[in-house]
Design a protein around this ligand. Sequence first.
Ligand code: LLP
Length: 426
Amino acid sequence: MFGPKSHLTARKGHLFLEDVDLIGLAEKFGTPLYATSEARLRANISAYHGAFPDADKYFAVKANGNLTVLRIAAQEGMGADVFSLGELYVARLAGVPKERILYNGNSKSEADHRMALQAGVRMSVDSREELEYLSKTARDLGREAEILFRVNPDVSPKTHPKIATGLRTSKFGIPAEQVAGTYQRAVGLAGIKPLGLHCHIGSQILDVSPFVEAMKKMMDIAGAVVAAGCEIGIIDIGGGLGIQYNPDAPAPTPADLAAGVLPVFKERCYELGIAPKLILEPGRSIVADTTVMLTRVNVVKRAHVNFAACDAGFNVLARPMLYDSYHHVLVANRAGSPAEETYTVVGPICETGDVLAKERLLPKLERGDVLAFLDAGAYGFSMASQYNGQPRPAEVLVFGGEAELTRRAEDPSALLAGQRIPARLI
Ligand code: LLP
């Protein structure tokens, strides 16, 4: 068992996900491969239900758009935070009820508004300007748009700057001081029904205090909205709870988050005499630790450092390249062997930045070994690309002792999808 990850164990030198030998999986399905534990996914969702029994939880589809993962999330009673028509489409196909979907986004087109209205889902409105556009489109369609307002709470979440979203300078949300006025305007606007407030302060946050600060600011704004004579039915505080990627950097649990934010929420609601529904939008903390990414070592090169060059690069797992993220690495066919040498793990992509893990102390590596990148279930496959002519890998779901394919690996024909050569060039 590896730290808090009870679904990963070492048995007779091999790494197992639940009761499935990951080396057997690599052989059967090939590498690179994403393998997800169904039991862990369900347990992570249960932890949120336990910590927030009265709140709705909307899974952030951007973290993992696998239809089977979404199906399980829907079965477990989650709604969905979607950020595009594509995410709306997969969430609906997976069986997420439209009443539990929030269509987010800071740059929605008229077509996005129309489709969301026709699909009957709520939207989060990101600006005063968007409110006016949406009102017109809703009137044209003869519909009423149920909306939340995305608030910019001006909270610093102490995370990587590229994934901090609630800073005053970020592109997201309506500045706090504009919210009550905008809300009031919306109440009288044809085609619009304002239901509440929404924010999201950032991602991979390892400290509860920024969430508490955001909740206080949201409740201050709710107070201003109520003082302006409007009703608040929903407070959505987004996602962002971090996970323990690095054995040295523990993360708060959903229960810790609840212990921080719920007392503020309850007390302030009581003071204001309101009883809004609380919504959370977790992505990473639901799905990251459910999944390992398996990649085979092609070359062990002794150069100025030891390079282990694998068949997955930033095309498969972009996070280390984009955010200098740490993913813990285990050698799946040498589980339990002592760490002996330091390796920098690189991929097959034609860029120097194609580094998945820097200077890791691992058992001695050979060509053919299989590395497991842990915590790859969030923003892993969903950010994979076909760069360098690399078809995207397969995904499997592990359930007890079995593994089932949930997305087949692309073959090179996927690189041609939608392409045509103009006839005059043939
Ligand atoms: N709600 C909204 C409105 C969001 O923008 C996000 C994430 C979430 C919920 C879910 O946040 P989570 O619970 O997963 O932290 N690609 C980056 C993360 C980008 C997050 C964007 N928004 C990464 O790989 O770290």
